[in-house]
Design a protein around this ligand. Structure first.
Ligand code: LRH
Ligand code: MN
Length: 431
């Protein structure tokens, strides 16, 4: 059991005490409703209690755009403070026990120490993220010409070395996944040869792949555009799966929900990546236009449900191992990041819980019978079910809060941290 949980557990229990009768009533009536549909609510709760999603270290602070960032008092400015805030999210929500770090943003001198520090807070780590999309002070060569796909060999070598350094850090943190997103691309037709760019990327990525320990995976993250606005080297799931197949079995594809053109059928991409054994993981968020990095389920909760509907089907029909890395990747520009990640984790768990409620026999029978309306209704019946009591009951069972945001606000955590922590910089940009 973690030693230094950030909040007083009694305060959480005291707040829950005032909400327990209502929860029991809601849980009971939902249980009866689901019982009439042949579903055992306690079975669903058990699966929900076993579900988790990682939070991004970079999401613990305020995010921004190229125009501005508006920091809040008491926000974390280093990995130690970010871990504290992630521990608050875990203590209240009980669904985010891992933190996905980003290097060099989270660089420290002692990674084994950082691992112990996190464990004491009830946290572990998830996939490490490399960063060859920014230049760091004192860096030998710039990534202005790209990174793993740059025409300059010394730049590719530097990018390969950085990814291998991230693997070494990850080993000390006890993780087995490396997420590789590169912003490489062009802003002008003709700026780079579209074929040669990929060939250079493949050659450099193969060197990173070769450095992976036996039980590790390399998660290739595609993105349609930004920071490049004419072409992007790994722009879509097609490029990603072809690269992953070219590199080898340890290379998988990571789906960031915001990295697609509006209205792309992302749940079908999930089904395709799974079919070919290349579904490696997710960066959950939401968007209306571009890579908006908005809170998961805040704009299109139905899409999130349909993605989890495919994930349940995939888990029932595995193609090799089924072990997708579930992670949040958001930019909290206008909310308290802790509240956004509590709310987002709840939306993600809710999508999973609703997908568990789909009557898959009825769905398959209707599909095979080409009974379109009954097939759709099989999904809709699950989607319109309010699973809130199941999520709250699972949280309480694990020591969490029935109303996570009310408990967070009652804790006065942010005000307390505003007294302790130095002010965050207001430089524009993602972190
Ligand atoms: C790129 C991305 C990538 C991260 C970064 C913070 O848009 O989604 O996953 O490295 O955001
Ligand atoms: Mn991402």
């Amino acid at each position: 059991m973690a030693g230094d949980l950030p909040l007083a557990q009694d305060d959480i229990e005291r707040l829950n005490a005032g909400l327990t009768d209502a929860l029991d009533d809601d849980y009971g009536s939902l249980g009866r409703q689901l019982g009439r549909r042949g579903i055992d609510i306690d079975g669903v709760k058990a699966k929900v209690a076993g579900f988790s999603v990682a939070v991004p270290s970079w999401g613990a602070g305020r995010g921004g755009t190229r125009f501005a960032k508006f920091p809040i008092a008491g926000e974390p400015t280093n990995i130690h403070e970010k871990l504290e805030d992630c521990a608050v999210i875990q203590q209240l929500g009980r669904a985010t026990p891992r933190v996905s770090p980003h290097f060099p943003w989270d660089k420290v001198g002692d990674y084994r120490g950082l691992r112990e520090e996190a464990a004491a807070l009830g946290l572990g780590f998830d996939a490490v993220n490399s960063n060859t999309f920014q230049d760091q002070p004192g860096q030998a060569v710039s990534y202005a010409t790209g990174s793993l796909s740059s025409t300059r060999a010394e730049v590719r070598e530097q990018a390969v070395a950085h990814n291998i350094e991230c693997i070494e850090i990850g080993r000390q943190l006890g993780v087995t996944d490396l997420t590789v997103w590169i912003g490489d691309g062009t802003n002008f037709p003709g700026q780079q040869d579209l074929g040669r760019s990929l060939d250079r990327y493949l050659d450099a990525a193969a060197q990173v792949y070769a450095a992976l320990p036996g039980d590790w995976r390399m998660l290739i993250e595609h993105k349609m555009f930004e920071p490049a606005f004419y072409s992007t080297v790994i722009s879509d799931w097609g490029s990603s799966i072809l690269v992953a197949q070219e590199l080898g079995d340890k290379a998988k594809c990571l789906v960031d929900l915001g990295h697609h053109a509006p209205n792309v059928n992302i749940e079908q991409i999930v089904a395709r990546l799974h079919r070919f054994g290349k579904l490696g993981g997710f960066h959950f968020n939401d968007s209306k236009y571009g890579d908006d990095d908005l809170d998961s389920g805040s704009i299109n909760p139905h899409q999130l449900f349909l993605v989890f509907n495919e994930l349940i089907e995939a888990e029932m029909n595995p193609r090799g191992e089924f072990r997708p890395a579930y992670m949040i990747d958001q930019s909290h520009n206008v909310t308290d990041p802790i509240e956004s990640m509590l709310s987002s984790a709840e939306a993600i768990v809710a999508a999973y819980a609703k997908a568990l409620l789909v009557d898959r026999e009825a769905l398959l029978a209707a599909q095979e019978a080409n009974d379109t309306m009954m097939a759709f209704q099989a999904l809709r019946a699950a989607y319109r079910t309010d699973v809130t009591p199941i999520l709250a009951a699972a949280r309480v069972g694990a020591g969490g809060a029935i109303d996570t945001i009310a408990a967070y606000r009652a804790s006065g955590w942010r005000d307390r941290k505003a007294q302790e922590r130095k002010a965050a910089g207001a430089a524009a940009g993602i972190v």
